[in-house]
Design a protein around this ligand. Structure first.
Ligand code: PLP
Length: 278
């Protein structure tokens, strides 16, 4: 039976992020995760990257007022139920995003706002200017509903080397002290920082109230994980756009990313992406 025309709008999630010409990471991963998780994806492009499976060979930041205008235009028409940031490129772009988010009600306890503090690609190319880290600390973390750093980003932001549960909690406390309402410490890189074999991938969700939750999945050794971090943050954002609690949204994100990594595929001569094709 052909379904009749839809008469109601789906929730809207907004990705504020960079493009990936290879279609694996950044905003391209976000929009795929949004669709797979049942929400409409809107986009505010912060930078155009030139990249393929072998890495990023260039990036071109978008003028800050154009980034802000994209957010304002979407919010003023279709509305935004949750937003997330990915690659932000420069301190000037971050300042423009912070200002327009205040204007349209994203973050600071209003529309859920997930900050994925993307600093570099898995090949080591910088996606954030060195002088922009401080803007992430002072302008984004205090507005964030949830911040989703990996262990390298934690070292950059708060100078804590996460090697075990105690240091994961110390990192979360340091990020709360910078104003983040909730922190998801992603344990995916723990094998590298601790030097110990990990059979599970454990993510710690820490709330500023002191509440904590652990999310566990079997550790999958897959060569194709390009866009994994973006996909986790954007599937959590989709859950928040659908009105889920933070804990339920993170559980949805963890299920999504586990399946996306399980189903990841080779593409090109380098690292292929996590999947959204099932
Ligand atoms: N390109 C863009 C635009 C991104 O936003 C990101 C990560 O957020 C990457 C590349 C790097 O992704 P990965 O580290 O999974 O290769």
């Amino acid at each position: 039976m052909t379904p009749g025309p839809r008469t109601s709008s789906p929730p809207v999630a907004l990705s504020i992020a960079g493009t990936d010409s290879g279609g694996g990471a950044g905003m391209t991963a976000d929009v795929r995760a949004f669709a797979a998780c049942g929400v409409h994806g809107a986009v505010a492009v912060t930078a155009v990257t030139v990249q393929n499976s072998l890495g990023v060979s260039g990036f071109h930041p978008i003028p800050p007022d154009v980034v802000a205008d994209q957010i304002r235009t979407v919010a003023g028409d279709m509305g935004v139920d949750a937003a997330k940031t990915g690659m932000l490129a420069t301190a000037e772009i971050i300042a423009a995003i912070a200002a327009v988010c205040d204007e349209v009600g994203i973050g600071s306890g209003r529309i859920p706002f997930v900050v994925d503090p993307v600093a570099a690609s898995m090949h080591g190319s910088s996606l954030l200017a060195d002088d922009a880290l401080d803007a992430v600390r002072t302008q984004l973390l205090p507005r964030a509903t949830l911040v989703t750093p990996n262990l390298d980003e934690i070292a950059l932001l708060v100078d804590v080397k996460v090697v075990d549960d105690a240091s994961a909690r110390e990192a979360a406390r340091a990020l709360h002290a910078l104003g983040a309402h909730a922190v998801l410490v992603k344990g995916g890189h723990l094998e590298a920082t601790s030097g110990r074999r990990q059979d599970e991938c454990v993510d710690l969700l820490s709330l500023a109230t002191g509440e904590e939750h652990e999310f566990r999945s079997p550790r999958l050794d897959r060569p194709h994980t390009h866009g994994g971090g973006d996909s986790l943050a954007s599937s959590i954002t989709a859950g928040l756009a659908r009105g889920m609690s933070l804990v339920d949204a993170v559980a949805l994100g963890k299920r999504y990313i586990t399946r996306a990594v399980e189903d990841s595929y080779p593409l090109g001569a380098g690292h292929g992406p996590v999947s959204s094709l099932w």
